[in-house]
Write a protein that binds this ligand. Structure first.
Ligand SMILES: NC(=O)c1ccc[n+]([C@@H]2O[C@H](COP(=O)([O-])OP(=O)(O)OC[C@H]3O[C@@H](n4cnc5c(N)ncnc54)[C@H](OP(=O)(O)O)[C@@H]3O)[C@@H](O)[C@H]2O)c1
Length: 334
């Protein structure tokens, strides 16, 4: 094996409040020679995801924190350059959790083979990847069905736009909130949402009351904060909440008090279920069959915002908190 130089992003310090580029470093490293039972992979695309913000903090959560001085981790799709295993050969395409770097060595157990027949390969990080599966799992978690009126916050993002498209395919009436007019148009014209509004132009509750005067059955929460509070107000009796994310609070230095109207849970007998997509790994085959089928037949769009090069990865990540992405935010590495 010729010597391979790779660049990777490391965590230098834990962000306090809103993160900035100084919390990270871009480092050039030389890979150790490949050992038996190892595969050398060149990443083609890597994912940046809001949940990674939580891993930059210290403390116990459902995934361990990133370590200071070490490369970050996250979803990536790459091509096998060299293999000293029987499971993989050069040219195979794999997904892994070794994002935030250009090349890496791994054992076969750390890689998941994917088919090159589906293009673009970046779809394995979006609609057919972790975020698409989150959307699908969320709808299943509270048994979203035909006739439901569902409101989705963060609706033009990776999870939100797929959740909305899948809910439409199930026969729901779909409402989405987003942070710009461009995203409103994307939801209405490309994703088939019935209603989309810009949460920056008027209070969410006001807009929901206008667009769903008879209330909603389901709330898919990607944002928390004001959107959750508004949803609690407009949910009907026996309504369901998919507690998927709360990006509006991920950069808070101190936890904020919860919704002031939580008592709606009681008066309206609401159900709120927490979602962690990794709990659904055993259903991956079902997800790939159903959602993969929609994608292959053209019924599901995979929208992406792609930035070029590992040097832009941190900007791409910070951009998630500024709403810079429509669809899945990705970094193209090769
Ligand atoms: N539970 C799980 O297993 C799981 C798995 C994946 C993702 N998630 C969660 O799902 C949510 C969406 O993730 P994603 O990967 O699809 O990200 P994403 O929606 O593609 O990107 C983040 C989007 O959040 C919106 N946003 C940022 N700050 C906001 C604020 N203060 N208020 C309202 N909206 C804000 C921005 O869109 P606008 O322009 O519309 O503001 C931005 O584009 C996140 O909360 C994430 O943590 C959970």
């Amino acid at each position: 094996m010729t010597k391979i130089t790779s660049r990777e992003i490391r965590l230098v310090s834990r962000p306090r409040g809103m993160l900035n580029a100084d919390n990270f470093s871009l480092v050039r490293t030389e890979l150790e020679p490949l050992q038996d039972q190892q595969v050398l992979v060149r990443n083609l695309f890597m994912s940046v995801d809001p949940y990674m913000r939580g891993r930059m903090n210290e403390g116990k959560s459902y995934v361990p924190p990133f370590k200071i001085g070490e490369p970050l981790e996250g979803g990536a799709v790459g091509e096998v350059v060299e293999s000293r295993t029987k499971e993989f050969k050069s040219g195979d395409v794999v997904t892994s959790n070794f994002g935030w770097r250009e090349y890496f060595r791994a054992s076969p157990q750390e890689l998941h083979p994917v088919s090159c027949d589906i293009q673009p390969l970046s779809v394995y990080l979006g609609a057919l990847g972790m975020t698409g599966m989150t959307a699908w799992a969320g709808l299943n978690l509270v048994a979203v069905k035909a006739g439901d009126i569902i409101y989705i916050s963060g609706a033009a993002g990776a999870v939100g736009n797929v959740a909305g498209q899948l809910a439409k395919l199930r026969g729901c009436r779909v409402i989405g909130s987003v942070g710009s007019m461009e995203k409103v148009m994307f939801l209405r014209e490309e994703c088939g949402f019935d209603i989309a509004f810009d949460y920056k132009t008027a209070p969410v509750l006001e807009q929901l009351n206008l667009e769903a005067p008879d209330g909603i059955d389901v709330y898919f929460d990607n944002v928390g904060g004001e959107a959750l509070e508004a949803a609690l107000s407009v949910l009907r009796v026996n309504g369901r909440i998919i507690a998927c994310g709360g990006i509006s609070r991920y950069n808070d230095e101190k936890p904020q008090p919860g919704p002031s109207n939580l008592f709606n849970m009681t008066t309206k007998r609401l159900t709120m279920k927490g979602l962690i997509v990794s709990d659904w790994q055993d259903h991956r085959g079902e997800f790939e069959e159903e959602v993969g089928g929609y994608f292959r037949s053209g019924k599901l769009k995979n929208k992406e915002t792609i930035v070029e090069g590992i040097g832009q990865a941190i900007n791409a990540f910070i951009g998630l908190f500024d709403g810079k992405n429509v669809g899945k935010m990705l970094v193209k590495l090769a």
